[in-house]
Ligand binder design. Sequence first.
Ligand SMILES: Cc1cc2nc3c(=O)[nH]c(=O)nc-3n(C[C@H](O)[C@H](O)[C@H](O)COP(=O)(O)O)c2cc1C
Length: 314
Amino acid sequence: MPWPPGSVPLMLAPMQGLTNRALRQVQYDIAAPDVLFTEFIRVREKTPRLISAVDRAEVQATAGAPLVAQIIGQSAERLAQAAVELQQCGVRHINLNLGCPFGRMVSGSSGGAMLRQPELVYACVRSLRRVVTGSFSVKVRAGFDDSEQIFSLLPMFAGEGVDFIVVHPRTVVQKYAGSADHTITARVVAATALPVIANGDVVCARQGRELLRDSGAAGLMLGRAAIADPLLFQRLRRPDCAAADPQQRRADAARYLTRLLAGYSDIFCGDQQILGKIKAVLACFSDVCFDVMVFKLRRCRSVAAFSSELRRWQ
Ligand SMILES: Cc1cc2nc3c(=O)[nH]c(=O)nc-3n(C[C@H](O)[C@H](O)[C@H](O)COP(=O)(O)O)c2cc1C
């Protein structure tokens, strides 16, 4: 497992466009999530190269924390070959994306769309398990269009030797509409002996602790809320640690974004790309206490302007 036995792991979710190696390192330095995931790595079907050079660069380990590389693809053979290749690059833990509800993923047969073909899911899980030498996990939605579908997959996941499952209890067709129904997560925990990691809509520490308690999940995975506020990991670990007042939260956020900006300047090129990437992070700031700050940062047209706006908030 990518976490120590007996512990309750808090994980940073895989998020395309966000959880690049710079962001993972800053998150780890600030709040040390127990496990970090890469953005999904697309396994190409038609080119001789299975994985792009950009994605290969992305699997560099985050210093200090276990990294899980997430792959998405549509054939058992290519996925297994890609897993072998990633392991040759030093990756130890591999996760299969069975949840992405967007773009090519849903029109084809990868990500969430693969749930429309359970026999293909079986084939991919089986061939990946055969080659993955570290932990092998799946991140899965409740179903394609039926939130009971996951229950029909659990025996196969256990029987084929999946090590743990991350459950996001929405259907693929639901995308992000409505809310994550964690009564499903609790029923999944009750229905399988596999460790279940709960994911979806956790926005504060109290709610995260309640989800762990009420669902019996083995751990939590945080996405948008942790991208906006990595200190959420710390507050989850320490019940005595309350959220700071809004002014302090804005100052913490400005320091976090300053570190991210430095990391992004190292791995991305030019103001436009750097600003595009960091503004994607701003999209996760949903708390009203950040509204003015986010509004002003969004209007910045250069890295220098963004940086000086951040200084005003620290
Ligand atoms: C911008 C964005 C990118 C995402 N990229 C991925 C991805 O690469 N792989 C994946 O399994 N899930 C991806 N997700 C889903 C998240 O991992 C997570 O399941 C979802 O955001 C729900 O968790 P949250 O409510 O804590 O954000 C993405 C979500 C968003 C909003």
